[in-house]
Write a protein that binds this ligand. Sequence first.
Ligand SMILES: NC(=O)c1ccc[n+]([C@@H]2O[C@H](COP(=O)([O-])OP(=O)(O)OC[C@H]3O[C@@H](n4cnc5c(N)ncnc54)[C@H](O)[C@@H]3O)[C@@H](O)[C@H]2O)c1
Length: 336
Amino acid sequence: MIAPLKILITGGLGFIGSNFIRYMLSEYPDYRIINLDKVGLGANQNNLKDIENDERYRFIKGSVTNCRLISSLIKNIDVIINFAAETHVDRSIANPKQFFFSNTLGVFTILEALREHNPKATFIHISTDETYGDIREGSFNEESRLKPSNPYSASKAAADMFILAYHRTYNLNTFILRPTNNFGPYQFPEKLIPKTIIRASRNLPIPIYGKGTNIRDWLYVIDTCKAIELIMHKGEPGEIYNISAGNEYSNIEVVKKILKAMDKPETLITFVEDRPGHDVRYSLDSTKIRKLGWRPQYGFEEALKDTVKWYMENEWWWKPLASKKILSPTPWRLRW
Ligand SMILES: NC(=O)c1ccc[n+]([C@@H]2O[C@H](COP(=O)([O-])OP(=O)(O)OC[C@H]3O[C@@H](n4cnc5c(N)ncnc54)[C@H](O)[C@@H]3O)[C@@H](O)[C@H]2O)c1
């Protein structure tokens, strides 16, 4: 029997964090969760509307860069799981500074608070496959060199370095998880899969960067939640774990699959100017976490169909978030 835990989640109003909180509360009736989120871009109170009155759950508005706040919260917890981050690569190219603050300085603030107030607590950090940069052939394992391509991935890679150093120097109980591209319910409408579903549902042109040949390895968000759950209970402190399902598809293949699932024509696809430094292919070797017993439980096609269905049935959720741009009749891209 696993003892009830007090968990601090940071960035829990975002896509993966909110899915994780709902998942954990349903799996572990005794666990208590505090969710600290600055309510920035990507955050949405509606993501956790169904549990906001659950007595096991408490929301606090604030930033991971706030030393006093983080220190006071960290004193009384068993586990901290950091999802808080600025996550939109295009926005990191347009305006990088905020990425450094939340993604790097935020992690540094957490590490300092742990060092001073609760060095025995478990710290699980959600990093990303993007820290490795791209790879034309083969797959990165946890020993591969980090080679970030844009300010977002650089800010995440820098945070990982601090975590490794704080484990080594101060013996903090740290775990770094590097998942690939997630998809599923509650993902912000600007991201590829929700944006495609939303625009296709309105018969609007679907913008694709460059030729659409960039490859991503897609992971259903509940599989990510299960991986985090496993590491929390069975991971080895100081280690890094890649999480990937092996669903490697080019962006255009993903868009075509969505259009097919929605019975929409491929003529909706429109090519727009490519993003600077656009990574060609991501691919991770996840043997290490699989040896601990994790496997993706959702097939890509089925999970994609479920995701399409979820967006079609939950317009109340995405409509208030869909900016004019998402619903504009002409395809668009951000200005760098
Ligand atoms: N979505 C993916 O495909 C993916 C893949 C690999 C890794 N990740 C990582 O997983 C984590 C969660 O990603 P997501 O897609 O759920 O992101 P998201 O953008 O949906 O959510 C991020 C959340 O962090 C909060 N936040 C940002 N800065 C903060 C700060 N300074 N203090 C407190 N809260 C802050 C935002 O308000 C938001 O609620 C991120 O760290 C991201 O780098 C995401």
